[in-house]
Design a protein around this ligand. Structure first.
Ligand code: DLL
Length: 432
């Protein structure tokens, strides 16, 4: 179902007009109410009057995560505090978290974005949607919750964790949709398999996001859970989950461009890149009043496809996110993303998606260790079998990634499971 056909299927020409009208208003709002933006635009010699259409967006300054940290907690808010109805926060690895403030209108729009995604996954008011994203400062839980509510679905707000109870309720209340990170979905799938209750579940679809995941992980989750697995994307700075989502075609993540204007830039030169080229995703919020963001650099690496989708939606489609530029490991000079490792591991039926990468520097040489679990049915004490699996996976990793890992096959269930965003790598060089 298309939740809002008027918007999701509008002609690109009308969309451009709407984006232009909205940009003019939001830039003026940011300039007039956020000293940070006034200063940045003044420094560039740009006045709100210089922004007449969406084509003028390139004149605006960029915003980066440290700008949010330096303006902690509320210096980027553009409305009086009485108009803020919700806060969320996202913690980085160090220092203060970044805080987002939303007006009632912003929360409405955010729910609309998430409802559009859930409807595109096939959900309706007939569904029972289990929200196993964490509730709290993280946007996942409440974001998915509000979207499902807007759709008229019944929400089962289990939050993350307490896995046995999750599965019991999933079975007893007949959840048809599951919202959680792909890594938690994998853990739930393993537990469901162990309990032997897969056939008793009514799950039809999963809304998975908040971390990078691959096509091979999609196959794995669809197969293990007997569902259709869809991508949902978002970030706290821009709203939360539901900045975009896949449709039934599963051929790219539609971004809701009437609310969030995307650009792809070269992360080094900061120049916009031609359509289809891989680069850093940048967003300008077009209808968010509590904390508007102008050209926010997400650090997420992807590309955009503006061709019309078979589903009828006209909104641009984003390719899978390879990872954040911050997640990239440079090992012996080679760029490695954990998602590439995941994709290769899941090509092999003997392995499951549980792995952990450790990078270190010993005697001035980078080390690259990958611990990976075999599926229970393939694990044995016979070292000849283990060697066979190990050399096949090592050879494939070398051919895809370009360097040789020190691969260690570890016992089933020995890698720590994640209830939220999984941590797949530790770079010990950064601790030195
Ligand atoms: O993760 C919001 C969210 C919650 C999205 C639930 C989807 C589902 P943050 O904690 O601020 O917000 O983290 C945002 O997570 O910049 C990406 O690097 C990554 N991310 C989010 N969704 C996806 C996805 C939420 N579908 C950061 N694929 C983003 C890949 C994703 N990465």
């Amino acid at each position: 179902m298309i939740f809002n056909p008027e918007k999701e299927c509008m002609s690109r020409e009308d969309l451009r007009k709407l984006q232009s009208e909205r940009l003019v208003k939001i830039v003026k709002h940011a300039y007039d109410n956020v000293p940070f933006y006034k200063k940045k635009m003044d420094e560039l010699g740009v006045k709100p009057e210089d922004i007449q259409s969406i084509d003028d967006i390139v004149k605006l300054p960029f915003t980066v995560k440290t700008d949010l940290r330096e303006n902690y907690p509320d210096k980027l808010f553009a409305v009086p505090r009485k108009d803020i109805v919700r806060f969320h926060a996202s913690s980085g690895t160090t220092g203060k978290p970044i805080v987002a403030g939303y007006t009632a209108h912003d929360v409405e729009n955010w729910a609309e974005g998430t409802a559009r995604c859930l409807a595109a996954f096939g959900a309706s008011d007939e569904d029972t949607i289990q929200v196993s994203y964490g509730y709290g400062l993280f946007t996942g839980g409440l974001g998915a919750h509000d979207g499902a509510t807007k759709l008229g679905a019944a929400v089962l707000p289990t939050s993350a964790g307490n896995t046995a109870k999750q599965i019991m309720l999933m079975e007893d209340l007949g959840s048809t949709g599951l919202c959680c990170t792909p890594s938690y979905a994998l853990f739930l799938a393993e537990e469901i398999e162990k309990l032997g209750v897969k056939d008793k579940l009514k799950l039809k679809f999963g809304a998975f996001g908040a971390e990078p995941w691959t096509e091979n992980m999609r196959k794995e989750l669809e197969d293990k859970l007997g569902i259709k697995a869809y991508d949902i994307y978002g970030l706290t700075e821009i709203s939360g989950p539901g900045v975009g989502g896949e449709c039934e075609c599963q051929d790219g993540t539609h971004l809701w461009e009437d609310m969030f204007f995307p650009e792809i830039i070269d992360p080094v030169t900061l120049q916009p890149l031609p359509e289809g080229q891989e680069g850093e995703l940048v967003f300008t919020t077009l209808d968010k009043w509590g904390m508007p963001m102008l050209r926010y650099r997400t650090r997420d690496l992807t590309h955009l496809n503006y061709t019309k989708c078979k589903c009828g939606r006209t909104m641009v489609r984003m390719g899978r996110i390879l990872g954040r530029s911050d997640d990239m490991l440079i090992i012996r000079g080679v760029n490695v993303f954990p998602s590439q490792v995941e994709s290769v591991i899941l090509e092999f039926p003997e392995f499951q998606g549980q792995y952990f990468i450790t990078v270190d520097r010993i005697n001035n040489v980078d080390t690259f260790q990958i611990d990976v679990e075999l599926r229970e049915e393939f694990y044995s004490e016979n070292s000849a079998d283990m060697e066979k699996y190990k050399s096949a996976l090592t050879a494939r990793l070398i051919s895809v990634i370009g360097i040789k890992p020190d691969l260690r096959i570890v016992a089933p269930n020995s890698i720590e499971r994640s209830m939220g965003k999984a941590k797949h790598a530790l770079d010990k060089r950064k601790l030195q």
